[in-house]
Write a new protein. Structure first.
Lengths: 151, 166, 200
């Protein structure tokens, strides 16, 4: 009886430790990347109802008075696979997950405007975390791209 | 002979000649020199062309601005923010917001402190390993508490390809 | 010409009196009269249309707020130019205005501490008429120190005299001459390779 109990205990500990470390030991194959395009401006005080959930976060970070969600796109991308998101003002964002391990995904981002590459960056994005990329002027405001990953 | 009198090439006087910041005699002297000096003529031409290009560039940017909208915004802001000069009414109006704001801030601080004591600091939402590109400027921020990463950039001004930009 | 200037001075004086009385119409007239001038000075210094638009708004709001401080020892235009130059020179600090905080910054805009290399000038094959001109102006002006660029912009864009520039920037006449000389000398050095390319 005592032996059986010990076996069960060892099995339980192993199972729990496996669940705890599986994320670290096994590299994930794909992740879901979402890109929300927000137009932030100071010429009015309109807050897009679709951004209600995020407005606190945005207002805590930026000094604009209005926020409008222009588009929202999600891509399921495997490691090494590239996805393209169309953005306002003839811009495109190329996203390529390069490695997913533990709590972070290594992602390559390439921002293009017309045929020109504006910037290229490599980021380690936290699982369920976001990178805010902003700055381009658009319709009397600035564009903010919220790039999030989940896997 | 392209450059007749190298000793007479005086950059300081040349620029003052460009600005007509010389007396009549000096102006005539420089005019005679410039007429015979290819190097000085080229310098003047390059700077004059550059200045004209700059003026055209500014004109182009100016034409893209909706000044009527700007005027409206300025007038609205000026009258709204500074229009009412009544000190007491302003003070009372301010109190209307200040008191609830102070109470809210106090409560927030209390809850933030009590919950933060037990929470480990969060990880940065994104770590930027490399960044290359051609733009006017770029800044990378991280919020102090929530550690949200923000990458903010200003594109190189390109009015033609960005009709909506102001 | 002198009649125009005379009328203009009279009109400015009337405008000042009305502004001091808090006349909203006078403020509107002031905005309408100086908006393009202010924008172009701001743009010449910052080379950023969006920032210049904001600077222009802030200049007018500052004027509205502080018109009581206007003593009349300088002309209305000089006073407005002075505010615009100060606001424009502080534009880099304005970055912070966009954010609630400023934690880490990697600012590559400070031309004084990190001048852009000359290799950044457009290569001959990519030099398409307008784009080339725009880049050339931008790159060359960005390479000038802020103070020299300001003096150059006031001279070349606004056509101010050396005395007027000294008054606006708050420097001596000799300093205006010296800054203008250094600005042009630097520009000549920057433009030289392009001039040689064009000649070939």
């Amino acid at each position: 009886m005592r032996y059986r109990f010990r076996c069960l205990l060892v099995a339980a500990v192993l199972t729990l430790s496996w669940f705890g470390t599986a994320d670290l030991l096994l590299a994930k194959e794909s992740c879901r990347i979402s890109v929300d395009t927000i137009l932030a401006a100071r010429n009015d005080t309109v807050v897009d109802p679709q951004l209600k959930r995020h407005i606190g976060e945005l207002q805590a970070m930026f000094n604009y008075t209005s926020y409008r969600l222009l588009s929202s796109e999600s891509l399921n991308l495997s490691v090494g696979q590239s996805g393209l998101v169309s953005l306002p003002g003839d811009r495109r964002l190329k996203i390529t997950p390069q490695k997913i391990r533990g709590s972070r995904a290594d992602i390559a981002l390439q921002m293009m405007k017309q045929t020109r590459t504006v910037f290229e960056t490599q980021v380690q994005l936290l699982n369920r975390g976001s990178l805010f990329v902003g700055g381009p002027t658009y319709q009397n405001g600035n564009l903010i791209f919220k790039i999030s990953s989940a896997y | 002979m392209i450059h007749p009198d190298a000793d007479a090439c005086d950059e300081i006087r040349l620029y003052r000649y460009l600005d007509k910041d010389l007396d009549a005699g000096e102006m005539a002297q420089m005019a005679a020199h410039v007429a015979g000096c290819r190097q000085c003529r080229r310098q003047l031409a390059a700077l004059t062309t550059f200045s004209q290009d700059l003026r055209d560039r500014v004109k182009e940017a100016t034409n893209s601005v909706d000044f009527v909208a700007v005027e409206k915004q300025v007038l609205n802001k000026a009258l709204r923010q500074y229009g009412s000069r009544g000190g007491l009414s302003r003070f009372i109006a301010a109190l209307k917001y200040t008191i609830p704001a102070t109470i809210t801030a106090g409560l927030l601080l209390f809850f933030a402190y009590s919950s933060d004591v037990y929470k480990p600091p969060p990880l940065p939402s994104a770590i930027i390993n490399s960044f290359t590109g051609s733009m006017s400027s770029v800044m990378i921020f991280e919020t102090p508490e929530t550690r949200q990463t923000i990458l903010w950039y200003i594109e190189e001004t390109d009015v033609e390809s960005e009709p909506n930009a102001v | 010409m002198s009649k125009t200037i005379h009328n203009r001075i009279v009109h400015d004086e009337e405008l000042i009196l009305r502004l001091q009385r808090g006349d909203a119409w006078a403020f509107q007239l002031l905005v309408r009269r100086f908006r393009k001038k202010i924008f172009s000075i701001a743009f010449g210094i910052t080379l950023d249309a969006e920032e210049s638009r904001d600077i222009m708004q802030e200049v007018f709001l500052q004027v509205y707020r502080t018109f009581g401080d206007f003593r009349g020892d300088a002309s209305l235009a000089t006073w407005l130019h002075r505010i615009t130059v100060n606001r424009s020179l502080n534009w880099k600090r304005r970055w912070a205005r966009r954010f609630k905080w400023l934690h880490v910054s990697t600012d590559s805009t400070d031309s004084r501490s990190a001048p852009e290399p000359e290799s950044d000038l457009p290569s001959p094959e990519t030099r398409m008429a307008n784009v080339q001109t725009r880049q050339r102006i931008g790159n060359a002006l960005k390479m000038l120190p802020d103070q020299a660029r300001t003096v150059f912009v006031l001279r070349e864009l606004e056509g101010l005299t050396y005395e007027e520039i000294a008054d606006v920037v708050g420097i001596k006449l000799g300093t205006v001459r010296s800054r203008l000389f250094h600005a042009r000398k630097r520009l000549r050095e920057i433009l030289q390779p392009l001039m040689e390319e064009e000649e070939q």
